[in-house]
Design a protein around this ligand. Structure first.
Ligand code: SAH
Length: 223
């Protein structure tokens, strides 16, 4: 990816004004964390989708990123990030499902270190190029089935899953630090999915169901 100051900042439908308007719409829809809104107004989402799609990057929609996957809708990214950070700052966060890398880029501005895993090599390579070109240096990536988490870098203060498993994998529970929180959509491909907030206390796990959501399915193995 060859980038210039101008292509990063964007023009017209990819300009700063368009990003600011997206943040305003997210605020209108109920996002209250100003740090999250400010970050979403600064990360160039148009560089996380194919060039042909760039002018649609700031619509509140999920968009195809190839391999049958999608970049999450801005509202979902904002809401999940806000939920993760609601109880205070986070140092180490694991994301399962790197996809385009957009959610990682947003998180990278708000937490100390992001660890992100992806099971589709092509997508991960493109996301890695973006992190490098845009200098998101606190994002660490791994080509792996996220069912196993990333034990050598855990436990994590926060875990965010951006594909929907039928059940939350055991490894993700195990790698959540005490006091940590996990935001995860649960439900199969053709099932109703619910966004869960799971917190780990000294005594176990607490689970809250938050909203009906629609994510691509969480799949096992690498591809
Ligand atoms: N956070 C991404 C969303 C991408 S869609 C973004 O901001 O663009 C969800 C991603 O999860 C897809 O790329 C899919 O390949 C990936 N995924 C699904 N199951 C997975 C698994 N078991 N381990 C790792 N990644 C997985």
């Amino acid at each position: 990816m060859i980038l210039t100051a101008r292509s990063i900042t964007g023009v017209g439908m990819t300009s700063q004004r368009t990003r600011d308007r997206m943040a305003d719409r997210l605020r209108d829809r109920g996002i209250v964390d100003e740090n999250v809104l400010e970050t979403m107004a600064s990360v160039p989402r148009h560089l996380f989708v194919d060039e042909a799609m760039a002018t649609r990057a700031y619509e509140d929609a999920s968009l195809p990123i190839g391999e049958g996957q999608t970049i999450s809708q801005p509202y979902a990214v904002a809401r999940m990030t806000e939920l993760l950070l609601e109880d205070g700052p986070k140092r180490r966060v694991l994301e399962v499902g790197t996809g385009s890398g957009y959610q990682s880029a947003v998180l990278s501005q708000l937490v100390d270190t992001v660890f992100t895993v992806e099971r589709i090599k092509n997508l991960l390579n493109k996301a890695r190029d973006r992190f490098k070109a845009l200098e998101y240096r606190n994002v660490h990536t791994r080509y792996s089935d996220g069912s196993w988490g990333w034990a050598s870098n855990g436990p994590f203060d926060g875990i965010i899953v951006t594909a929907a498993p039928r059940n939350v994998p055991d490894a993700l529970y195990e790698q959540l630090a005490i006091g940590g929180r996990m935001v995860v959509p649960v439900g199969g491909k053709f099932q109703q999915q619910s966004l869960l907030l799971i917190t780990r206390t000294a005594h176990g796990f607490e689970e809250k169901t938050l909203a009906d959501v629609k994510f691509v399915p969480f799949l096992s193995g690498k591809s």
